[in-house]
Design a protein around this ligand. Structure first.
Ligand SMILES: Nc1ncnc2c1ncn2[C@@H]1O[C@H](COP(=O)(O)OP(=O)(O)OP(=O)(O)O)[C@@H](O)[C@H]1O
Ligand SMILES: [Mg+2]
Length: 351
């Protein structure tokens, strides 16, 4: 029997079990992450962040990210296994993000994970990074199952999904950004405000004592779809600063950060509640790095309460990129009947 035939048989025998270890990897951007999960339980989770390396460039430099993944991946594997108190021989599945993300960065985790699975003679599964972000919620709430609406707010995505199961065919996009992602707009606004990278947490901090003194027009007002646009809001912030500077005036940056945060956050919250109204689904899961933003967490919870919608929030430490969410997504896919990935699976930057 060849490797893939053996992998398929192994998946069949794992489908009804939840006591086995999955070794998971995430290397789509600037975090090299490895985790051991068992079912929805995180046994260990190690993240080697490159934020300090990329900070001086004001954003992630793809080639530098790939090279640093190579440097980190072997030692974080050892650390994840040792923190879990297990050895490689105890692992039954390897799960790896295969898209979306930076091509070179994805390839590091993907090739390492494939080689490991092949060497150990165990199945391997490629995981969609965004399904991983959604799965971060299952760690915090092991009792939650579809159907639900998922609001994904991250560095590359602002999307609303109708999720009726764990496989791709059960997931429908109800709305997505047509230009910048919400996290990207936080990062760009942070840059013009002189706050550095990554911008989201810095904008949130600056906005804390701000007031809503600037009002920004909501894109697509009056239109019937649930898509987003964030480039106009970002441009409005930049114009406010440059117009004031041309007039020799000072702008209150706390107020500008607050007004921006309010318009970006209320936009995603309103469309999500509208998605619940249209589908009749009364449960929302928040996902992605911007999900760490307290202003968003609070507003979504409040609006959910007002509209009879249950709002599930992932633990803040699982909002930004990590491998635990990838392992848990793999567990659910295996349980739902997914096939293992073939060793020819390619990285897909725009998955
Ligand atoms: N407290 C916060 N407030 C607002 N934004 C935040 C906060 N914390 C993190 N972010 C933003 O989250 C983004 C990073 O999230 P994440 O790691 O999920 O994105 P990514 O992996 O780059 O993109 P994607 O998941 O779409 O591929 C950055 O844009 C960052 O500024
Ligand atoms: Mg991400």
């Amino acid at each position: 029997m060849n490797y893939y035939e053996k992998a398929k048989l192994a998946f069949e025998s794992l489908r009804d079990r939840k006591d086995y270890y999955i070794l998971a990897y995430e290397s789509s951007c600037d975090e090299t992450a490895c985790a051991v999960v068992r079912g929805r339980e995180v046994v260990s989770s190690v993240i080697s962040s490159q934020i300090d390396i990329h900070k001086r460039f004001g954003g992630v430099v793809p080639e530098i990210a790939s090279r640093n993944h190579i440097l980190a991946i072997d030692s974080i594997t050892d650390e994840a296994l040792s923190r879990a108190g297990i050895e490689l021989k105890d692992i039954e599945v390897v799960a790896v993000t295969y898209g979306a993300g930076l091509l070179g960065a994805l390839l590091v985790g993907l090739c390492y994970g494939k080689a490991l699975a092949y060497g150990l003679g165990i199945p391997f599964i490629g995981i969609n990074h965004i399904k991983g972000h959604i799965a971060a919620n299952y760690i915090t709430r092991p009792d939650i199952d579809p159907p639900f609406i998922a609001l994904v707010t991250s560095g590359g995505h602002s999307s609303i999904f109708k999720v009726e199961g764990f496989l791709d065919r059960n997931i429908e996009i109800l709305g997505e950004t047509r230009d910048d992602a919400i996290g990207e707009s936080f990062d760009k606004v942070a840059r013009v405000l002189g706050l550095g990278y990554p911008g989201g947490p810095a904008v949130e901090k600056l906005a804390k004592n701000g007031k809503n003194t600037f009002s920004f027009t909501r894109p697509f007002k009056g239109e019937n779809h649930l898509d987003f646009s964030f480039s106009g809001i970002k441009r409005a912030v930049i114009n406010t600063l440059s117009n004031a500077s041309a007039r020799g005036e000072e702008v209150n940056k706390e107020d500008l950060a607050f007004s921006f945060q309010l318009s970006a956050v209320s936009y995603v919250v309103d469309n999500t509640i509208e998605a619940c109204r249209r589908t009749g689904i009364k449960r929302v899961l928040l996902a992605g790095g911007v999900g760490a933003n307290n202003y968003l967490r609070n507003m979504l919870t409040e609006e959910g309460n007002k509209n009879g919608v249950e709002v599930i929030l992932p633990d803040v430490k699982y909002c930004t990129d990590n491998a635990a969410m990838i392992g848990v997504a793999a567990f659910e896919e295996i349980k739902a009947g997914a096939l293992p990935s073939d060793l020819s699976l390619d990285a897909d930057p725009s998955l």
